[in-house]
Design a protein around this ligand. Sequence first.
Ligand code: NDP
Length: 245
Amino acid sequence: MSGVDGKVVAITGASSGIGEATALLLAERGAKVVLGARRTERLRDLADRITANGGQAAWTAVDVTRRADLATLVALARERFGRLDVLVGNAGIGPVSPLDDLRVEDWEAMVDVNLKGVLYGIAAALPVFRAQGSGHFVNVVSTAGLRIVPNQAVYAATKNAVRTLSEGLRQEAGAGLRVTVVSPGFVRTDFVDSVPDQQVRAELTAAKEEFAIPPEAVGETIAFAIAQPAAVDVNDLVVRPTAQG
Ligand code: NDP
């Protein structure tokens, strides 16, 4: 199977930003999308928009820090659409700050959402992919892990942990499975709004307003990886603003 049309794609963090844009784009191209996030009213609205546009969508409440929620997301894909072709591990948080601030709870939250959330997704989907003999993990990491900068050490560490995990998964996956990491640069979403340090938030917001790319650019990148023929595994994609240093 190649192309996006007809594929069943589950997306974590589908309630806004990159996840939402990716869901809309894939559904327009004929994918059956299965949406997960905590803000269910936004998922309902997104699913309604997709359906009104002639697409197919299902949604369920997913907190990626809860292993059972990932199992529910994968089960929903199978119940509604009979299979799962792609799991997009996109849910993420970035309450970045200087290490000296010792915001240990934020560090733990980033590990729980950005790393353990992806692990729980693998635990839910891998047995299904094995039984099907096919499946595709797409994990959204970050250029923060490629160019390490102050204030983002923990965030970058979680993203690079997922990068490492994904390569290990790829090597264990065998011929039937595909594994992709996508590293976006600055994207125009609400992501930086949760940065606790006022000065860091102001700097990131200014950079975002100056040169961030739209979330659809990341959706296109994810769609490209999904659309390749089954034997073609696109492993590592970087998509960032031309103006980003
Ligand atoms: P948003 O804040 O718009 O989206 C984040 C998504 O993650 C939301 O849908 C949110 O849904 C979800 N999420 C957060 N915590 C949880 C949780 N515990 N369980 C389930 N879902 C959760 O930002 P982006 O779209 O920008 O971020 C998407 C991904 O892209 C993240 O992994 C981020 O690290 C990555 N990224 C973003 C960049 C940027 O510049 N914006 C650059 C590089 C990477 P809800 O709150 O409803 O649960």
